[in-house]
Design a protein around this ligand. Structure first.
Ligand code: MG
Length: 386
């Protein structure tokens, strides 16, 4: 029986994680849950999974929840302290880090420091402070298992192989809803257009990241830290069918790939059960029905965010943290109709290049760079500087 804490339980990955837990009650038990503002769903999850401790963002929501749950044996916390509490709860064997954005950094680091295995869905944590996270993973000798489908695919394609034989990692990208758009069409994109992803059903932030292809940029940086290969060894291929989840090329020319239907359940379940596999009763992949698989090079002129992510990775230090923070603010502004779709990459680029990058040595420094990036992005957006 594996005892798990789920950070971000009401988000898309959190909900899917709990569905798997529910389907395998003999294998998993939930001991802690954290949520943002969706306390109605958290309430339902508490009723079903009976965690010992939960946390929400605001103290007011925590109070509301306490009143609703009078007589139920559950500790209710709030804020970053509450999230750390849930991430380090002594009885948990594994923490599923499924918070969206750089907000996941501190609790994920706390989980690692307390010796928990981590199933990582929160790519922004590695983008913001990858070197520090991986050093701590090494120090604590914990397992950090990727949940992101591309990284799960690479992880699986490297199993049983020697890492010195790897020549290249190839991340696949669906290309998002605007893959076929001409440059002129990008001017009129609305949040509703951008939220409609062709293949994957995801949360709002990642859907926009997918539409700008910043998601793939973040994933390149995530891969750099997870697998410890330089940016020059990580490529991106557009693969609209989303059947091949990623590939690893070896020095003898062999290429290993992992395939499946585009459904996050498989990579989540694999992260929970690794090195075993759960009998998931998924729809089997019917390649004959899929027919053709196609590939092309990404176009960084139409999707500048991908180019910016590679640049941030090359510049290193605190620059990726700033890039990520500016992206989070820009995406939020776009969703609130305060910024155009094209404005997203412009805000990020301006913030990145106005930042005085430094080597990254502490989490505090990463958080400061994150804060600087947020302020700068807000300033650029509210000042109409993009
Ligand atoms: Mg992904």
């Amino acid at each position: 029986m594996k005892k798990i804490a789920v950070l971000g339980s009401t988000g898309s990955i959190g909900v899917s994680t709990l569905e798997i837990v529910r389907a395998f009650p003999d294998c998993y038990r939930v001991v802690a849950l954290t949520a943002g503002n969706n306390i109605d769903l958290l309430h339902k999850q508490i009723d079903i999974f009976r965690p010992r401790i939960v946390s929400v963002v605001s103290a007011i929501d925590a109070q509301k929840l306490s009143q609703q749950l009078k007589g139920v044996d559950v500790q209710i916390c709030s804020g970053i302290e509450g999230m750390i509490h849930c991430a380090t709860v002594p009885e948990a064997d594994m923490v599923v880090a499924a918070v969206v954005g750089a907000a996941g950094l501190v609790p994920t680091m706390a989980a690692i420091k307390s010796g928990k295995d981590v199933a990582l869905a929160n790519k922004e944590t590695l983008v913001t402070a990858g070197s520090l996270i991986m050093a701590e993973v090494e120090r604590q000798k914990i397992n950090l298992i990727p949940v992101d489908s591309e990284h799960s695919a690479i992880f699986q394609s490297m199993t049983g192989q020697r890492r010195q034989d790897v020549q290249r990692l190839i991340l696949t990208a669906s290309g998002g809803p605007f893959r076929e758009h001409g440059l002129a069409q990008f001017r009129t994109i609305t949040p509703a257009d951008a939220l409609a992803h062709p293949n994957w059903d995801m949360g709002r932030k990642i859907s926009i990241d997918s539409a700008t292809m910043m998601n793939k940029g973040l994933e390149v940086i995530e891969a750099r830290w997870l697998f410890d290969f330089p940016a020059t060894m990580i490529d991106v291929h557009i693969h609209p069918e989303s059947i091949i989840h990623s590939l690893v090329e070896y020095r003898d020319g062999a290429v290993m790939a992992q395939l499946g239907v585009p459904d996050m359940k498989t990579p989540i379940a694999y992260a929970l059960s690794w090195p075993e596999r759960l009998p998931l009763s998924q729809h089997p992949l019917d390649l004959c029905n899929v027919g053709n698989l196609s590939f092309s090079e990404p176009d960084t002129e139409r999707f500048p965010c991908l180019r910016l992510a590679y640049a941030a990775l090359t510049l290193g230090g605190t620059v990726p943290a700033v890039m990520n923070a500016a992206n989070e603010v820009a995406v939020e502004a776009f969703l609130n109709n305060k910024l155009s779709f094209l404005g997203i990459s412009q805000v990020i680029e301006k913030a990145m290049y106005q930042h005085q990058g430094e080597d990254l040595t502490t989490v505090e420094q990463a958080l400061q760079a994150d804060l600087w990036g947020r302020h700068k992005a807000h300033e650029l957006i509210s000042g109409g500087l993009v």
